[in-house]
Design a protein around this ligand. Sequence first.
Ligand SMILES: Nc1ncnc2c1ncn2[C@@H]1O[C@H](COP(=O)(O)OP(=O)(O)OP(=O)(O)O)[C@@H](O)[C@H]1O
Length: 311
Amino acid sequence: MSNGRYADPPALEAVALGKRYRRGWALRDCSFRLPAGRICGLVGPNGAGKTTLLGIATNVLRPTEGTLSVFGVDPGSAEAGLRTAFLAQEKPLFRRFTVAENLRLGRELNAGWDQGAAEAIVRAGNVPLDAKVGTLSGGQRTRVAFALAFGKRPDLMLLDEPMSDLDPVVRHELMGTLMAEAAERGTTVLMSTHVLAELENVCDYLVAVTEGGLRLAGDVDELLYAHTRVTGARDGEGLPAGLEHHTVIEFRTSGRQFIALIRPEGPVVGPWDTDSPSMEELLLAYLRSSGAPPLITPTAEVRTGTRAVAA
Ligand SMILES: Nc1ncnc2c1ncn2[C@@H]1O[C@H](COP(=O)(O)OP(=O)(O)OP(=O)(O)O)[C@@H](O)[C@H]1O
């Protein structure tokens, strides 16, 4: 169904999206597009609003203001439900049922169910199909939850910190399975994680939130291209003269060196070394500097006049 063509509706489009709980806003004024076929990392500190965003995309939560559409339709529509799979942080499974019974439920609930794909994931971890889910280790349960999500053959796979209880070998293997599936079928993936290194060489798209606000959204290449890492000899405490002409995302000193991440507003002239940041450096700088101005790249920008929800 989805294959990432530009004319297709985006996998996700948020327009002025906000969610308020009793204690206050968990998400506010978020507008971005995630084109179909992308592998997107969703990052932000604890309590930033990631799970809230995923909850709205899966119709577990309704927005307080604004809209979020999934392939151009409301997350509560039958079409969005059919095309989306969600691997929640707490991996809800029927613990008193066996693995096979959980897969059978998956088959009964999903028209396009692929039993072979689901069973292959379970078997690759030597998880017995006749074991009760409640007796499995946390990592084994995650594997079964992965199998249920993959068995659905979704166009959009949403994952909330999916790897947090997996050992490094299984983490690597399941990430490989996820990438192979996404590449083969053009599946859009939106995955929240705190392990920034996990996203390098995997994601081609990023969404970063802090304190409920969107900080970065867009194509990884565009985001990296817009930034320069500047390093040089420290001269006093403050920003070296000349750097103030640029948008400074973060400035730090270490011993006799300084390191800055900037969005250049012209040629970067000075006795410094300039370089492209890594994805991890870029994300860390934005997560540490909540006052830095957000950047939404052209690919992620919501075009005015776009109808957000065709309910
Ligand atoms: N059901 C709820 N009722 C009240 N406040 C909530 C509820 N769910 C989340 N919040 C609050 O909303 C904010 C965002 O929470 P959310 O779970 O979306 O963050 P997160 O980025 O997923 O965090 P983490 O990385 O810790 O999982 C937090 O301040 C949280 O306390």
